[in-house]
Write a protein that binds this ligand. Structure first.
Ligand code: NAI
Length: 268
């Protein structure tokens, strides 16, 4: 397992934008990054929970601008994602690292063996593709512009996409989720090569593929299947790996482990 220890200073005063920060992995990431002295501007569709995370992250800090800022965001809406980046830029003046983390999983089996010709109908699972893949694409597209803008000598910048073990391995029953997460890994591979085209900007682009992690997302998953996925990560485990990737200045990442897989490198 890739568990980098990062020094307290490595994220100090960095400006981090992330999606899906109200719960689970994203929430742990907001907490961890602010504890390491970073400024975090995060979006989520769950406004109430997002405001709660913002409040507790700012509770022990007395800073202006605030250490954490929540923006209500639906990642399936381009303008909404744009507003997150605009808020971050106007509050903090630049953006150093971006994490596309928001995601959902489908309930119900798209290829249900009980389906008959008569019962075949469109199911509302396109939402999964919209949030996981389109949301990631919107975030990455806007991030590429804002990160390129932050071009100072020696400035380290990165974009991290949260894929999943389902991004490169089969996950029976979760067909749409699986397709979306494969898409996220593929998106990262292309971005890594072309995000800065045609000039060199030296932005690190990574995807992180956690194994099953104890969050609300997996709460509905059948118990027997869950138990077969041991070891189950805790959200903080995944957040630690992500902060390690954010702080790993100048490092090419291709790390494989029992409960996490990270792939990426430097965009040229
Ligand atoms: P979670 O359900 O605890 O958190 C997901 C967050 O995304 C929530 O705060 C939710 O409100 C937000 N969200 C959902 N739809 C949104 C939208 N349209 N716009 C903005 N925000 C939205 O789940 P978890 O586990 O923390 O998931 C985070 C990421 O990690 C996801 O991309 C997920 O696919 C990925 N992942 C999770 C694993 C797990 O076993 N929990 C394993 C591998 C990857």
């Amino acid at each position: 397992q890739f568990h980098p220890t990062i020094s307290r200073e490595s994220l100090q005063d960095k400006v981090i934008v992330l999606t899906g920060g109200a719960h689970g992995i994203g929430k742990s990431l907001v907490e961890l990054c602010t504890q390491h002295g970073a400024y975090v501007c995060f979006g989520d569709i769950d406004e109430k929970a997002g405001r709660g995370v913002e409040e507790s992250a700012n509770a022990s800090q007395k800073s202006s601008p605030p250490t954490a800022r929540f923006v209500p965001v639906d990642v399936t809406n381009y303008q909404s994602v744009l507003s997150l980046f605009k808020t971050a830029l106007s509050l903090y003046g630049r953006i150093d690292h971006v994490v596309a983390n928001a995601g959902i999983v489908e309930r119900g089996n798209w290829f249900d063996p009980a389906l008959t010709v008569e019962s075949v109908e469109e199911q509302p699972t396109t939402k999964v593709l919209d949030v996981n893949l389109l949301g990631c694409l919107y975030t990455a597209r806007i991030a590429s512009v804002y990160l390129r803008q932050n071009r100072r000598e020696g400035q380290d910048r990165s974009l991290t996409l949260v894929s999943s073990v389902a991004g490169f391995k089969e996950s029976p029953g979760l067909f749409v989720y699986q397709a979306s997460k494969h898409g996220v890994l593929g998106l990262m591979r292309s971005l890594r090569k072309y995000i800065t085209f045609p000039t060199t900007h030296n932005i690190r682009v990574n995807a992180i593929c956690p194994w099953m992690t104890e969050t609300a997302m997996v709460a509905g998953i059948e118990d027997g299947w869950r138990k077969a996925q041991l070891p189950i990560n805790q959200p903080l485990d995944v957040a630690k790996v992500i902060t390690g990737v954010l702080a790993a200045e100048g490092q090419e990442e291709r790390v494989s482990g029992m409960a996490m897989y990270v792939e990426g490198g430097r965009a040229w």
